[in-house]
Design a protein. Structure first.
Lengths: 299, 173
């Protein structure tokens, strides 16, 4: 007869075995997430568990902010009111012209037979917190799938582009800021119409223009707006200003540093732009001819 | 000398499982507070600290599953790679469980000297995962949080032991 150990000694697998099991599980998740992006659905489901805690944890800060807003002085309010009225009058003139220009533009575009620019709708969202991951530049906002937010939508503030929605949850979404390393925005130099790709560097307040030839005409103070050729960002949104141009003949490309225009790190409210544009289908990629040995020999 | 290094022997009441759950949720809450700017660098990883504490004190009550699941929740809340905190916390739980007899024998100051390297190991695992995934090194201030976590160990272990201390006996001479 076989003797099984008394229950007191039954402790399951050894710690090392458990460590290996859980490490393997984590590695599977990491690879699935980093390489294949399989886990969006799983993330969405699990986020429901964290959501109440996230809301509760961000409550003290937002209450403090609202309390701070309540105790503004009379003079500060009057000052702000005067400034806003002035602003409003100054912009009203431009706005009246804009309507005429829009009509004219539509007419001209009609004549040219080009597609109309879409008037983007936008939704206001409140920034809940900046993600605490020191490796990325992300913020979390209080609009999610339930409010019709989709991954890929651009996010702006009153001045310019802030970032892009990269992950949606039922009631929240994550915005990757344009300063995040590897976040790309296709831009246009307002002064001369040169197109370029603007990349985040991972540093706050620093962006870089990629792959610009040494002789390209970029100067300090040039304003960059979205070009819209990617189909993600609507064209014409201000993004950044060139702050430093370094042309070193030792390198293939010029090093052009830019400063973001929008308050990328300082906003409490942002706008999500819903700019679905009917782009023409991409041309079909022609089937590659099978490489044949004879052909290569002939060449 | 000997008395200062070794922990004073005291008899504690058994810990309530609900208390463990509440402290872990509290740590998660502290991690989720909207830390920003310099505070973000000073912030210790409270979840790592509390998971380590319970793995050292109650290795039979809490272990890998809880640590791993908390890691997944942290990954979602932080928007980081899915599984990076989970892996780091699993290794931390392993270290806590393997070292628990040793750490428990020491008094509080030498315990801190055990805790800081373990928290640093936690940071290094996350750092390695992110570097492999293509991120840049965020700077040496990244490690400050672990030292602050070590400094918080004595007050934390005092607070978490409070419910286990028996009420003072009035008949005691």
């Amino acid at each position: 007869m076989e003797h099984s150990p008394p229950p007191f000694f039954k402790t399951g697998p050894t710690p090392l075995a458990r460590l290996l099991i859980f490490s393997a599980l984590s590695l599977v998740l990491l690879v699935a997430d980093a390489r294949f992006r399989y886990l969006t659905v799983l993330r969405e489901a699990a986020s429901v568990v964290v959501y109440p805690l996230q809301r509760i944890a961000s409550a003290p800060a937002s209450i403090a902010r609202r309390a701070g807003e309540f105790f503004v002085t009379h003079s500060a309010l009057r000052e702000q009111n005067a400034r806003l009225t002035q602003d409003h009058v100054a912009k009203a003139a431009a706005l009246q012209q804009l309507q005429a220009l829009q009509a004219e533009n539509a007419h001209l575009r009609g004549l040219l037979g080009t597609r109309e620019r879409v008037n983007a709708k936008s939704t206001l969202a409140e920034v809940l917190y900046a993600a605490r991951d020191p490796f990325t530049r992300k913020i979390v906002i209080d609009q999610g799938l339930q409010h019709g937010v989709k991954a890929g939508q651009p996010v702006i503030d009153s001045i310019g582009v802030v970032g892009q929605i990269t992950q949606t949850y039922p009631w929240l979404s994550e915005v990757t800021l344009i300063t995040d390393k590897g976040q790309l925005v296709p831009v246009l130099n307002v002064r001369n119409g040169l197109r370029a790709v603007l990349a985040g560097t991972g540093n706050d307040g620093m962006l870089e223009l990629k792959f610009i030839p040494l002789n390209a005409d970029f100067q300090n103070g040039d304003r960059l707006v979205t070009s819209g050729i990617d189909g993600v960002y609507p064209p014409g949104l201000p993004v950044a200003e060139v702050s430093n141009v370094e042309r070193n003949a030792a390198y293939l490309f010029a090093r052009i540093e830019c400063k973001p225009l929008a308050g990328v790190n300082s906003n409490t409210q942002v706008l999500i732009v819903d700019a679905e544009r009917q782009l023409p289908d991409r041309p079909a990629i022609a089937d590659k001819p099978a490489p044949s040995r004879k052909l290569r020999k002939g060449m | 000398m000997h008395a200062r290094v070794m922990a004073p022997q005291e008899i504690l009441l058994p810990v309530k499982p609900a208390f463990i759950v509440v402290t872990l949720l509290g740590a998660l809450f502290l991690n989720l507070l909207p830390w920003s700017g310099a505070w973000l660098w000073l912030r210790p990883d409270f979840v790592a600290l509390v998971v380590l504490y319970w793995c050292v004190e109650q290795p039979r009550r809490i272990g890998f599953t809880a640590a791993w699941l908390l890691g997944l929740l942290m990954d979602i809340a932080d928007g980081s790679l899915f599984g990076q905190h989970a892996l780091a916390y699993a290794v931390l739980a392993y270290a806590g469980i393997v070292l628990h007899r040793r750490v428990q024998r020491f008094s509080i100051a030498p315990q801190v000297l055990h805790v800081i390297p373990l928290l640093l190991l936690n940071d290094v695992i996350v750092l390695v995962i992110r570097t492999v995934a293509g991120s840049d090194f965020p700077g040496y201030q990244y490690f400050i949080g672990s030292f602050i976590g070590g400094a918080l160990w004595p007050p934390l272990s005092f607070l978490l032991k409070l419910p286990q201390r028996p009420a003072p006996d009035p008949d005691h001479v």
